[in-house]
Write a protein that binds this ligand. Structure first.
Ligand SMILES: Cc1ncc(C[n+]2csc(CCOP(=O)(O)OP(=O)(O)O)c2C)c(N)n1
Ligand SMILES: CC(=O)[C@@H](O)[C@H](O)COP(=O)(O)O
Ligand SMILES: [Mg+2]
Length: 587
């Protein structure tokens, strides 16, 4: 049979095909995704799992007039390929290329921007109510995974939806896994439904329930769509799929193949880059286990990012003290607050971008009660190819404004370990932000407790180098880059370098000293400038009536798109070359 995929530029082309060729199209689509992703890394398993579902949805419904939302959006590659982006698909997640998640500015088929999970039900209700009020007769469909539907936001959406008369179709794509194996009580309920259980929790939410349908079987999918078309009220279709479907290796190790990086399609071998340096994630994983060995009150909490946060090893050693609560950032933070009231020492491992969802819990449940929860904020700063939804550059600003909160960031591996160590002794909430990727420490660096942890004086800044013209103040790992640049620069004596491990509390006495010695100050941070570290310096400068010049460098007041971290830093001018140019321009 002739290939079908090359003929498809839009769902209209798809809808002109006879149903019989759809299984062949599914094979071609998988092949196309595997071929591309083996060289241009991205999220693999989730997309492979929804190939038939995606084809069936665009075939049956009149997209884009019928509105289709993909929750999280990491499974959207078949959707992107079928909706006019096939020819650009090899630019996936790269500078100026197509985004890894549905994005409204990219296509009219991406009706809602996603990246963070569990938003699809709320968004589709909003669209359905708007269409009802405006008299539009289009369909409304949201596809959501088994790990995402148990999250608070999704449950709030279901609770709303079930009380309406909206003709909305929710498709629960149940593959019995998130990134890591599913957790929580509802996974057992879903399992029972798959095995003949006949009353679903969704009916109690007021939805018509249909399940469980084989999500890889076109006939079953179309039959279910036809049946549900007649039900003109909120409804849910529960389908069972296999994450990684059609690629043996991805089916066999679904955690590894969630987002495997580059790989050899023929052998299934995942490329390993030669690692000369230790990553901050490795340091975190080793150090937290070390601290847990020493202090039985320490627990580590993760909202569904056990592998990403490098907590797997600690979980094996301390199964009861490393707790994955599922996609439940809000619950995770308040749960940590509860633990802290009873004298436990919770280390909340959370990506900066996902902490955004729990902002009220940080303020109301932790900081207001001055509870000593340790926030280990991973993926802080730019994260690269995941792009705008996942960069973590707001946290300095949003944490600095909260009373009682300690806001810290290491410059290097040792600082990081010492901050993690010190945090257990404080009586206030303590945040430690660290970036994705490598530290400057060599792979041979000893990470275990044989390295002697040192208690850090909270709030104290350190003069790394005296200067006589320009004071460079850094917060976080960007300080390492400054050190590299200073190593190269002529007129070194002109530049002083001050390391601020804490943005709050702020070392005012060090600033007093800097104000008295320099007329030019430049601040560097890997966060948004609005309200960040540089602003803290400015605020104090104004208070002290400092008359010199203050320049702030960080990220602009913009949402930054996807590309490699290095490319993005270069664009912003915060790569070594950009910094060198900047510093030379100051004298
Ligand atoms: C609020 C939020 N927390 C965490 C994540 C990270 N994350 C992305 S996909 C995913 C698992 C989703 O599992 P599921 O909904 O079952 O979809 P599947 O990958 O199995 O298709 C997680 C935890 C996220 N995107 N958003
Ligand atoms: C889709 C999603 O939110 C996650 O899969 C995210 O891409 C993980 O990021 P890391 O790869 O940095 O763990
Ligand atoms: Mg799943």
């Amino acid at each position: 049979m002739k290939p079908v995929l090359p003929k498809i530029q839009s769902p209209e082309d798809l809808r002109s095909l006879p149903k019989e060729v759809l299984p062949q199209l599914a094979v071609e689509l998988r092949e196309f995704i595997l071929e591309t992703l083996s060289a241009k890394p991205g999220h693999l398993g989730a997309g492979l799992g929804v190939v038939e579902l995606t084809i069936a949805l665009h075939y049956f419904f009149q997209t884009p007039e019928d509105l289709l939302i993909w929750d999280v959006g990491h499974q959207c590659y078949p959707h992107k390929i079928l909706t006019g982006r096939k020819d650009h698909f090899d630019s996936l997640r790269q500078l100026d290329g197509i985004a890894g998640f549905p994005t409204r500015t990219e296509s009219k088929f991406d009706v809602f921007g996603v990246g963070h999970s569990s938003t699809s039900i709320s968004a589709i209700i909003g669209m359905a109510i708007a269409d009802q009020l405006q008299g539009n007769l289009n369909q409304h469909i949201a596809v959501i995974g088994d790990a995402s539907i148990v999250s608070g936001m999704a449950l709030e959406g279901l609770n709303h939806l079930g009380s309406t008369d909206l003709d909305v179709l929710i498709i629960l794509n149940d593959n019995s896994i998130g990134i890591d194996p599913s957790v929580g009580a509802l996974k057992e309920h879903f399992f029972q439904l798959e095995n003949g259980g006949n009353h679903s929790v969704f009916e109690d939410f007021g939805l018509h329930y249909k399940g469980v349908v084989d999500g890889h079987d076109f006939d079953q999918l179309f039959k279910a769509f036809e049946e549900l078309e007649q039900i003109r009220r909120p409804k849910i279709l529960h389908i069972k799929t296999t994450k990684g479907k059609g690629y043996t290796q991805a089916e066999a190790d679904q955690v590894k193949w969630h987002a495997p990086g580059k790989f050899n399609k023929a052998t299934g071998e995942i490329s390993k880059s030669v690692q000369n340096k230790i990553s901050f994630q490795q340091i975190f994983g080793e150090t937290i286990a070390d601290l847990m060995r020493e202090n039985p009150n320490i627990l580590a909490i993760t909202p569904a990012m056990l592998t990403g946060s490098n907590l797997v090893k600690a979980k094996i050693e301390f199964p009861k003290r490393v707790i994955d609560v599922g996609i439940a950032e809000q619950h995770a933070v308040t749960f940590a607050a509860g633990l802290a009231t009873q004298g436990m020492v919770p280390y909340m491992a959370i990506y900066s971008t996902f902490l955004q969802r729990a902002y009220d819990q940080v303020i109301h449940d932790v900081a207001l009660q001055n509870l000593p929860v340790v926030f280990c904020i991973d993926r802080a700063g730019l994260v690269g190819t995941d792009g705008a939804t996942h960069h973590g550059y707001f946290d300095i600003a949003f944490l600095r404004s909260i009373p009682n909160m300690i806001v810290s960031a290491p410059m290097d591996d040792k600082d990081f370990q010492n901050l993690l160590y010190t945090a257990q002794f404080t009586e206030s909430p303590f945040s430690i932000r660290f970036p994705k990727g490598n530290s400057d420490a060599d792979v041979s660096t000893e990470l275990s407790s044989r390295f002697n942890f040192e208690k850090i004086e909270i709030g104290r800044a350190i003069e790394l180098k005296k200067g006589n013209e320009v004071a460079i103040l850094t917060f976080g790992t960007i300080g390492q880059r400054i050190q590299n640049v200073l190593g190269e620069i002529s007129f070194k004596e002109k530049y002083g370098h001050y390391k601020f491990l804490f943005c709050k509390p702020f070392d005012k006495s060090m600033l007093d000293q800097i104000f008295s010695q320099y007329q030019t100050i430049i601040t560097f941070e890997d966060g948004i400038l609005n309200g960040g570290f540089g602003d803290a310096v400015l605020e104090y400068a104004q208070e002290k009536d400092f008359k010199g010049k203050i320049i702030r460098k960080g990220y602009p007041d913009e949402f930054i798109e996807h590309a490699s971290i290095e490319e993005l830093e270069q664009e912003i001018g915060l790569d070594e070359e950009g910094i060198l140019e900047l510093l030379l321009g100051l004298i």
